[in-house]
Design a protein around this ligand. Sequence first.
Ligand SMILES: [Zn+2]
Length: 293
Amino acid sequence: MLPDAPSNLATKAGHQTAENIVQLPLWRASPVLLLSTPLHLFCLALVLLVPSLWRWALSAVIANHVLILASVILSPRGRLLGPNMTRLPLAAAQRGEVALTFDDGPDPLVTPQVLDLLDRYGAKASFFCIGNKVLAYPELTREIIRRGHSVENHTNSHPHAFALFGPAAMRREIDSAQTAICETTGIAPSFFRAPMGFRNPLLAPVVARTGMHYISWTRRGYDTVAKSAEQVLQRLQRGLAAGDILLLHDGRSIRTRNDSPLILEVLPRLLEHLSTLDLKPVALQTAGHVGKF
Ligand SMILES: [Zn+2]
C-alpha cells in the first residue's frame, strides 16, 4: 500500500524556513514499472491460453528484465526508474547557483577540513550522510548544520546491494537514516540519494512516502577512484554551468601519494574555478523552493 502522506519523520523538520517546506511529490509508477506489469500479465495470459507460445512469452519477459537491469546499472541519472533530480531549478541556475554535494560522510578526519575550505570561500554545500556515521559522529553532523550546510539522506549503512533490495528493506535503510539525522540535528532531510546512484523500479514509491525527493547529479568526479586531482577536476569542470549539481565525497576518500585525502586537493581548486566563473555554491535547500524541483 502506498500511503499518500509523508511519514512523520519528514514532518519533524526542525527549523526549516517557510520557503523550504517540503511539498510532497505525487507518486506515479515509474516508466519501467508501467511497462513491466502489463507485459508480465500479458505473457502469463498468453502462456495459459496458447501454451505453445511459451518461448515468445519467456523471451519478452527476459528482454524486459534486461531493460530493467540496464536502467539500474547504466542510468543512475535517468528517469526510467522514477523521478530523479539532476539539475537545480531554473531560478537557481539564473541566479548563477551550483550545488556541491558530498557523499558517504561524516568523516572525522576529512569533513572538518572540507567545512573549513567551504568557509574560506563562503561556499555552502549539502552532505549526503550515512545514518550509522551520523550516530558515530553526532557533534560533527551538527557542526555541518551550524556552518550553514544541509544534511541529506544516503541510507543507514550504505549497502552495496541496495539496488537488489525489496521495498521493505529499502524503507528500513532510508527510515533509519532519517531517524538518525532528525534526532541528531533536529532537521529532516529533504533529499535522498541511493548508494552509487543504483536504484530499482520499487524505490520511487518508498522515497515518495518519506516526502523526500530523489536526486542524483549533473556531473561527478569519481573522486573515490581517481588517480589524481587533475582527473577529478577535468571531469567536474568540463561544461560546468549554472544549475549543475556536482558529486564529491567526504567519506571513503582516496589518498594521494602524500597520503592526504584527494578531496582536499580537489576542493580548493574547484572552489577557485567556481569563483572565476562567478558561480555560487549553495546548499540544496536554499537553491529554491523544494516543491518546484
Ligand atoms: Zn555513497
